[in-house]
Design a protein around this ligand. Structure first.
Ligand code: AMP
Length: 460
């Protein structure tokens, strides 16, 4: 099936062809015609399925074929809400990419950067606004933003927004929108909270589902390596070095753990950066850019910071520590095996984490293969230490979460990579590039937070 049959305009088909996409993904096949009909939609789709183009393409088509009614200043006609700054920036990038042959303007708004340039950009008029809830409400309360002409609302990664405690903010935003509008809700998982939100928000929605619910991406091969907690860092360095992994996303449970691991990897000669909510927006942007360009080999991230990162064809994801919430495992490994490319998800699991592993396997409805790496066999005399589990980890991080930077707070128990990890001779086979300092001068892609496109040069 080709994109031509979906009812998209020539300008959009051209933008899709520019990207090199030969055929629509399943979510695009299902979502695009429904959205073009103007129906509300509840879509079960994870990051990596092509969902962004799935809603962006028909949204652009609607706006370009239904000229705005308002005279004077351009009102916001489409609002896309995302849980994190990174996702907002990436969705905005997609809006730009797919809308490049159309005379529409778009803008991204998130916290952590100056508000005045955003105010000025809003004043000039914007058709499509991509935003995280906190900063959007700041603008609304300062009356620098008028949402009364929104025709299409998209809640992207709605499950994550609720996890992060954004429900009250979402309610406040909904109250600012006109009653008559099209609503699209995207969520990787369906909790009862999501169901309740969908019932309230959506009018006779068409429901589509692409990845089976709570099912890990099928192109991802998953393996568990049992290892002692104190030897995880050494094993990770060994795997990265000996298998010559060039681009690895590694998950830790805490910000502190991410920083510590990143520093230790650097000591092992593997270029590495940490990305989490305590880092400034500039530092996060730079780390992601360096990673994408292959200058940083290992990106160490916490769950929330990594959520929605659009990194194409990521070959390796490592769970340095298993997540406390089993669904996060599914989100994590969704970073790899994307858009038809095979990926590998490796979990380094110590004795403390057996319960977490069982919970994950229960969610996946299958056992993950255990492969012990020679020389890294777990010591059977080591006893499990309790891991502090938070039943509602992210909701607890509400103050930070407003700007999409909420982080989990609990402490790891020991966890890998402590100072006690002694490399065995020959085991730390790291051949990483030396630390790259050039990134400091790199232009910060996400810090310019507004964008405008020139008038259309496309065919009608
Ligand atoms: P998303 O799920 O929106 O984060 O998209 C995941 C990745 O798939 C992005 O890097 C897109 O550029 C890519 N993608 C989206 N649609 C297609 C398509 N039809 N063919 C190939 N790649 C695609």
């Amino acid at each position: 099936m080709s994109f031509d049959t979906l009812g998209l305009s020539a300008e959009l088909l051209r933008a899709v062809a520019d990207q090199g996409y030969s055929e629509p993904t399943p979510v695009q096949r299902q979502a695009i015609p429904v959205i073009l009909e103007g129906r509300d939609m509840l879509a079960g789709a994870q990051t990596g399925t092509g969902k962004t183009a799935g809603f962006t393409l028909p949204l652009l088509q609607h706006l370009s074929t239904h000229p705005q009614q308002h005279k004077g200043r351009r009102p916001v006609r489409a609002l896309i809400l995302t849980p994190t700054r990174e996702l907002a920036a990436q969705v905005a990038e997609s809006v730009d990419t797919y809308g490049k042959h159309l005379p529409l303007s778009s803008m991204v708004i998130f916290g952590g950067v100056k508000i005045n340039p955003q105010i000025q950009q809003l004043r000039r008029g914007v058709d499509i606004l991509v935003a995280t809830p906190g900063r959007l409400l700041d603008h609304a309360s300062q009356k620098t933003l008028d949402l009364s002409a929104v025709e299409i609302l998209v809640l992207d990664e709605a499950d994550r927004m609720l996890d992060m405690g954004f429900l009250p903010d979402i309610r406040r935003i909904l109250a600012l929108l006109p009653k008559q509008r099209q609503n699209l809700l995207f969520s990787a998982t369906y909790s009862s909270d999501i169901r309740r939100l969908a019932d309230k928000l959506l009018d006779a929605p068409v429901q589509i589902e692409v990845a089976r619910r709570n099912t890990a991406a099928e192109l991802v091969s998953q393996v568990v390596h049992p290892v002692d907690r104190e030897r995880k860092r050494e094993l990770l360095s060994f795997m990265v070095g000996s298998q010559n992994w060039r681009q690895v996303l590694v998950f830790t449970r805490t910000k502190h753990g991410a920083n510590r691991l990143s520093k230790q990897l650097e000591k092992d000669g593997i270029s590495s950066a940490a990305i989490h909510g305590n880092k400034s927006q500039g530092a996060r942007t730079r780390a992601l850019a360096d990673f994408k360009q292959g200058e940083v080999r290992v990106l160490v991230a916490t769950d929330i910071a990594a959520r929605g990162l659009d990194i194409d064809q990521l070959p390796h994801v490592v769970n340095y520590e298993l997540p406390n919430v089993p669904e996060d495992y599914v989100h994590r490994i969704g970073r790899t095996g994307r858009a038809g490319n095979e990926g590998q998800a490796v979990s380094l699991v110590c004795v403390d984490e057996h319960k977490l592993l069982i919970d994950i396997e229960r969610l996946l409805k299958r056992d993950l293969p255990r492969v012990v790496i020679p020389d890294y066999e777990p010591d059977p005399s080591i006893r499990a230490e309790p891991i502090q589990r938070r039943s509602n980890a992210r909701a607890g991080g509400k103050p930070n979460a407003r700007n999409g930077t909420g982080q989990q707070r609990g402490k790891r128990s020991g966890g890998g990579g402590s100072a006690a990890a002694k490399p065995r001779s020959g085991a730390s086979a790291s051949r990483g590039k030396p630390k790259n300092a050039a990134g400091a001068n790199r232009s910060q892609k996400f810090s310019g937070n507004s964008r405008r496109r020139p008038a259309s040069s496309g065919r009608a």
